[in-house]
Write a protein that binds this ligand. Structure first.
Ligand SMILES: [Zn+2]
Length: 578
């Protein structure tokens, strides 16, 4: 097909912030073509629901639009040119807004990305320009490339156009430079915002950038924007920016709690945006296949958010690296899910349909971080302390910074090349398989051992905590509430309930939604019996759940009495975060 030329104009009316208008000017196009809105592989916010007043002009008057699917339109426009017009009518927000979703207020907001732009199907590699018509005195921050016109930006491909959100409005902005590369931190605040330590925030972010640059040996972008917002939660990585929900009410109590989120999303700039799992190839209006590689993309990102924060001297949740490792093993050992499903399967389930793992719930973030911690120990031992997981990350960036995506096999190859040892069995057992990790085997490489005890979970006032390890969910397109069991050995799993059972009544009452289910659960005390009526295979079944307490592991890591000089050296370097 022809390579079309596309220019966008996004207009915000200073008297109406309930919507914005998009004009898409297309030249050199077939008489009939398709436009679509991109489905993000992980956060599909389905803004095609909010497209209004869609029309097409051609050289010969109005063209025709046929909606072929929810996010796919067929356009008939003779003469090789078409101008599309549509509005995005912003949804009203219930609860707290997610930081990456498009929104507008009288003092600014977020536009662009998959929430704003359609693209010509089949033409994802074409560049485009975006011009913004915004209220006077508003400023613009985006990862898109600046041009000689301050209101016009350049996107080299649809992937970049869709990935880079555009922050517009009145906000505070602090530029800084690391390794000759321009960065900026912006903070958009609500009218009643609380004051917080902005200097500390800025210096902390700068240190994080310096440590990340030191790890990889260079920065991989032309410029970078940290876009923080008041009144929002959640955060999302982009090509050369991050959007982070950072309520001023929270920052006023200290910036420590927001830094791990910033470190996490920033590290995704390398590990996810550049070192990309093979399933996340080009943008599409269809949902990307579930990824088998997220244990690496998420797990190693969490691993490095912690490690780089330590190197930068920033606030971390666990005071020492040893304490952090104890906590990792404790959380990992608390659930049987990691002995049931491989790392690749739990990766797929991360963004798969609810209930995909049956009566189990697992975290690919946690599992991947545990695996990363073990690789690190194997590499340190095999290389006599000369190499670490840092070398694997660098190798992965060298090999996968282009278009090519990675698989777990590629991680295996990189770990093997760095340690010069055979890790195939480890991958067979713990990445492609789900065997128990023999933690002592790897801890002893640096002269450590661990013990684990199962103890009753207690509240702050030392009373047993009721076992509430079950949840409820709705599948897309369904109007019924289903139960989810997160651990088959929980009070709920033992009672005979299974993930997917349809909840009819709880204690004789109809439960309308997940919030109702949660509040019923919250009131449960140890010794209570909760009567759950469910529908399974078209039959009604009554099940009594006896609420009990439950146990979780407590992990202690200690030094081996027989520690060798080599083990001691490896430990000292590791615990210092080097
Ligand atoms: Zn992440």
């Amino acid at each position: 097909m022809k390579q079309p030329l596309v220019d966008y104009l996004l207009t915000i009316d200073p008297t109406d912030f309930s919507s914005f208008a998009v004009e898409m000017r297309i030249r050199n196009v077939s008489d009939t073509f398709h436009v679509a809105m991109v489905t993000h592989p992980e956060y599909d916010d389905r803004y095609w629901k909010y497209v209004e007043d869609f029309s097409v002009e051609t050289k010969n008057g109005k063209g025709k639009i046929i909606r072929e699917d929810s996010s796919l339109w067929k356009i008939m426009a003779n003469g090789g040119e078409a101008v599309l017009h549509y509005r995005i009518h912003l949804p009203s927000v219930t609860g707290i807004r997610s930081s990456w979703k498009a929104y507008l207020t009288s003092t600014g907001g977020l536009v662009g990305g998959p929430h704003s732009f359609m693209y010509v199907v089949g033409a994802t590699l074409i560049p485009s320009h975006v011009t913004l018509d915004i209220p006077e005195e508003w400023e613009i921050t985006t990862g898109l490339q600046a041009t000689s016109d301050p209101n016009t930006f350049y996107a080299p491909s649809v992937a970049v156009l869709i990935d880079d959100p555009i922050f517009v409005g009145k906000y505070k902005s602090w530029p800084f430079t690391v390794d000759n590369t321009p960065h900026r931190l912006i903070y958009w605040h609500l009218p009643d915002a609380k004051a917080f330590d902005t200097i500390m925030l800025l210096t902390s972010i700068k240190k994080l950038v310096q440590e990340t640059s030191a790890l990889f040996g260079r920065l991989t972008y032309r410029e970078f924007s940290f876009m923080l917002q008041d009144g929002a939660v959640g955060s999302l990585e982009h090509n050369n920016s991050v959007t982070v929900g950072a309520p001023s009410s929270q920052l006023a109590n200290g910036i420590g709690d927001i830094l791990p989120d910033i470190a996490h999303e920033y590290f995704h700039t390398w590990n996810l945006m550049r070192i990309r799992p093979v399933e996340y190839s080009d943008v599409s209006y269809k949902k990307a296949p579930l990824s088998k590689g997220l244990w690496f993309s998420e797990g190693l990102t969490i691993f490095y958010a912690d490690l780089l924060s330590r190197r930068a001297g920033l606030h971390v949740f666990d005071s020492t690296r040893l304490f952090h490792l104890e906590n990792l093993i404790r959380r990992y050992s608390a659930s049987p899910v990691y002995l049931k499903f491989s790392a690749e399967k739990i990766s797929e389930a991360s963004y798969g349909p609810a209930g995909m793992l049956g009566d189990y719930s697992g975290s690919t973030h946690l599992q991947g971080e545990v695996l990363g911690a073990m690789f690190d120990l194997i590499i340190r031992d095999a290389s006599n302390g000369d190499r670490t997981m840092d070398n694997v990350m660098k190798k992965m960036l060298e090999r996968f910074s282009g278009e090519k995506g990675f698989t777990s096999n590629d991680v295996e190859q990189a770990v093997k090349d760095v340690c010069g040892c055979n890790v195939h069995q480890f991958f067979e057992d713990h990445v492609y398989g789900s065997k128990q990790i023999d933690f002592n085997k790897y801890l002893q490489l640096m002269g450590l051992q661990y013990t684990m005890e199962w103890k009753e979970v207690l509240s702050n006032d030392l009373r047993p905590v009721p076992d509430l390890r079950a949840f409820s969910y709705q599948l897309p397109g369904e109007n019924i509430l289903r139960i989810g069991i997160s651990n088959p050995t929980s009070a709920w799993g033992r009672s005979g309930l299974h993930t997917g059972d349809i909840i009819k009544t709880v204690n004789g009452k109809v439960v309308a939604n997940s919030a109702d289910f949660r509040s019923l659960q919250r009131n449960a005390k140890i010794g209570d019996t909760i009567a759950v009526e469910i529908e399974r295979s078209s039959k009604l079944v009554k099940i009594d759940v006896l609420i009990t307490g439950y146990q979780q592991p407590v992990v202690h890591i200690t030094q081996l009495p027989t520690i060798t000089e080599k083990q001691k050296k490896l430990y000292e370097k590791w615990v210092a975060g080097k």
